[in-house]
Write a protein that binds this ligand. Structure first.
Ligand SMILES: NC(=O)c1ccc[n+]([C@@H]2O[C@H](COP(=O)([O-])OP(=O)(O)OC[C@H]3O[C@@H](n4cnc5c(N)ncnc54)[C@H](OP(=O)(O)O)[C@@H]3O)[C@@H](O)[C@H]2O)c1
Length: 322
């Protein structure tokens, strides 16, 4: 059934892909960003078709009356709450920084309050993260939604606190909310500081310096963002209220294997150096709950994700030294 979707964080990496997917599915879309403005790399086709409302979720007075009226007039049936400080380095080391608390935790509460006050009573889909899980051991790296929680850094702690805000709203006043725990995403327009982007930029900068990778032996779950947003729409449509769904590839890959896919395309002759060598085990998603509820399965091969991300960085025309 077509949705009327409000997307917070629409100007971000995942927000742009989600908007593209929803529009292609025949949904109506309204977007929110902190200042009601697109970013330079937001997809033009989305920016042309989608209106924006300014909503700074970090502030109590962040939603002006005219923006609230625009949202009320739009009558959303679903709010995809993506807006966040999304890069762990920005969120504080052991504890969430004040900014991470303001955006990720208090901001989530403000979005829930908005939802509760709208006559259309939209469902809320909150995008959390695999960073809420406790560190895993190699033998127990596959995590279901019931796995022990125990984030050890500010970002994961802020996401877990936000999950608790969502859960409480469900208990206190019956908010219709579902939570997705996303594992790492990759694809065109991803943040310049994340792994595949970092490597692509080093290849593009050229020269004879070796490409630096932290370690080739990190075991991670990496999904194509276009698969991920497809899962979000399905969860919004048929996820059970109050339930949590892992969204990941369900496949463990090493950073070295992913790097080799990129190197084949970008510079087979280029030397590599590991700056933080050694084994590292990340959580790998058990996606059986999501698959059982929605029928979703990842469809885009990792080779395609790497190729499309590389092509996107190439198209940015990075100058040497950037
Ligand atoms: N990328 C991943 O691999 C990944 C994995 C797991 C979970 N997630 C989660 O998925 C969501 C989207 O991630 P992303 O990679 O698309 O993030 P992103 O590219 O950093 O985009 C963040 C979005 O949040 C908005 N935002 C930030 N501060 C705001 C504020 N004070 N008020 C209103 N909007 C604000 C930004 O809008 P402005 O243009 O106004 O700044 C932007 O649209 C996040 O919740 C993230 O934690 C991401």
């Amino acid at each position: 059934m077509p949705q009327r979707a409000l997307i917070t964080g629409i100007s971000g990496f995942i927000g742009g892909h989600l908007a593209e997917h929803l529009l292609a599915s025949g949904d109506a879309v309204l977007g929110c960003t902190s200042r009601g403005a697109w970013r330079r790399d937001s997809p033009a086709a989305v920016a042309q078709r989608v209106e924006l409302a300014a909503f700074d979720i970090a502030r109590d007075d962040g939603l002006a009356a005219d923006a609230r009226r625009a949202i009320e007039r739009f009558r959303p049936t679903c709010i995809y709450h993506l807006a966040a400080l999304s890069v762990p380095q920005d969120c504080g080391e052991a504890e969430p920084s004040p900014a991470a608390t303001a955006v990720n935790v208090d901001g989530t509460r403000r979005v829930l309050e908005l939802a509760a006050g709208l006559p259309s009573r939209p469902r809320l889909l909150f995008v959390s993260s695999s960073h809420v899980y406790a560190p895993v051991l190699p033998a127990a790296s596959r995590v279901a939604e019931t796995a022990p929680l125990g984030p050890d850094r500010g970002y994961g702690r802020s996401k877990l606190a936000a999950e608790n805000v969502v859960r409480r709203a469900g208990c206190d006043y019956g908010a219709d909310a579902v939570i997705v725990r996303a594992f790492q995403n990759a694809g065109p327009r991803m943040d310049a500081r994340l792994m595949l982007s970092q490597w692509s930029r080093q290849f593009l900068a050229g020269g004879s310096r070796p490409v630096e990778v932290y370690t080739r032996d990190a075991h991670i779950d990496l999904s194509d963002v276009r698969d991920v947003v497809r899962a979000y729409r399905l969860v919004a449509e048929c996820g059970r209220a109050g339930e949590i769904y892992n969204v990941g590839s369900g496949t463990s890959r090493t950073s070295g294997a992913i790097f080799d896919l990129l190197r084949r395309l970008a510079g087979p002759g280029r030397a590599v150096v590991e700056t933080r060598p050694g084994f590292k085990q990340g959580p790998i998603a058990d996606i059986s709950r999501l698959a059982a509820r929605t029928g979703w399965a990842p469809a885009i091969p990792i080779e395609q994700t790497v190729a499309d991300t590389w092509a996107w960085w190439q198209a940015q025309g990075l100058a040497a030294g950037d």
